[in-house]
Design a protein around this ligand. Sequence first.
Ligand SMILES: Cc1cc2nc3c(=O)[nH]c(=O)nc-3n(C[C@H](O)[C@H](O)[C@H](O)COP(=O)(O)OP(=O)(O)OC[C@H]3O[C@@H](n4cnc5c(N)ncnc54)[C@H](O)[C@@H]3O)c2cc1C
Length: 455
Amino acid sequence: MTHYDYDLFTIGAGSGGVRASRMAGQLGARVAIAESYRIGGTCVIRGCVPKKLLSYAAHYAEDLEDARGYGWTIASASFSWPALIENKNREIARLSRVYSDGLARAGTAVFEGTARLLDAHTVAIGERSVTARNVLIATGGWPSKPAIPGIEHAITSNEAFELPELPRCILIVGGGYVAMEFAGIFRGLGTDVTLSYRGEQILRGFDDDVRRHLHDEMSKKGVRILLKSEVSRIARRADGTLEAALSGCPGNTLTCDAVMFATGRRPNTARLGLAEAGVRLDEAGGVAVDRFCRSSVPHIYAVGDVTHRICLTPVAIREGAAVATTLFGGRETPVDHDDVPSAVFSQPPVGTVGLTEAMAAEKFGKVDVYKASFRPLRHTLSGRDERTLVKLVVDAATQRVVGAHMVGADAPEIIQGVAIAVRAGLTKAQFDATVAIHPTAAEEFVTLMDKTEVR
Ligand SMILES: Cc1cc2nc3c(=O)[nH]c(=O)nc-3n(C[C@H](O)[C@H](O)[C@H](O)COP(=O)(O)OP(=O)(O)OC[C@H]3O[C@@H](n4cnc5c(N)ncnc54)[C@H](O)[C@@H]3O)c2cc1C
């Protein structure tokens, strides 16, 4: 039998790669992992975690204002961007160490450096090369920017986490969740934010009511949203500011301190030696895999954003765990991508699970829709003009709740719980049979009575 240095070599120590490697080690496999930047990957270093910390920071501005309605007088409050970034960096360094320690405890060998395949069983990391019976590609994705003149002046989410100072004004380009989240962060911290998106409405792929509702709420908070708008050029002015040429804006130019592109991410598949090893890519450039995350080469697997399926941390983690179980746990384990809940940590945030109204209508023909838009109790005293949206989408024939959507405070926390019911296939009657917790916004999910039928 051929001898290999390792049973599994993982390229990329992000959410998916770390989970697969740790589990494989715990199951007794000899495992190595390579990381070219920092252990923890996008989620820990420049994604979910730092983003959520910045989002908390941004929310304090409103909390301080809202406190007045509750009798508080706050004499003076000031904000320091460098202090926030320093504290955020300390926390992500701690988390990165937690990930490293977990790998060490599982006996995983860590190679610091950029890895690539020399052939289907050999991985090179710098000058070194090692062999492995199985290889896992978990290299994630990278922000993509269009090739327009002056694009070198623009930043992406990567750099937004490290700006030396808070921009006074920023142009954010994109209509997806990362664009919405950073618009909320910068606006909350006092930056003048313009969002330019070439589509008809923000958050493509989300429920239409959610898209409209969030658009309205963000506009109320002062984010200027330009739809059907495109940026064609960026130039640096003598005073250091940037001038962007964009459609849909008076004068078709905007002067600002920073331009950030949040226009999607591409799978990290370049310079990995994949083609040489016989690994097939799909049209989006991601590693093409089957439901066991196996590529066109049977002992080479891929998980997470590099497969360009559902680009979320918990999904990458599930996929990594499934690969470890398939390879070393004695059980072929597929990953189920149905009813994956997700959130947008915008201001206010969004939580969603299951089908949008449009998707459900296409799938089932007739659907019942229940929705409510209301002023949350908290804002009766704060005086803030913010409304919450809750919505259930029900298959009319079976009465099964096939989608739940919310825009409003704590929506991601609430939808995580509702997602269990949606995934379990519960009916509207079973939602209704659940007694409400009063007074909450979440109680709307069990008290929605007025139905709109949609054919
Ligand atoms: C701004 C932002 C906010 C996000 N917010 C959320 C959120 O709130 N919730 C959520 O679920 N998801 C969120 N995501 C998505 C989430 O971060 C990813 O889905 C998740 O990190 C994917 O994990 P992964 O293991 O596939 O890849 P990654 O975590 O990206 O890890 C890949 C690792 O591979 C390394 N690597 C790449 N090439 C090589 C090589 N050749 N050799 C060695 N190492 C290599 C990289 O340095 C990286 O560390 C966010 C993403 C971004 C950008």
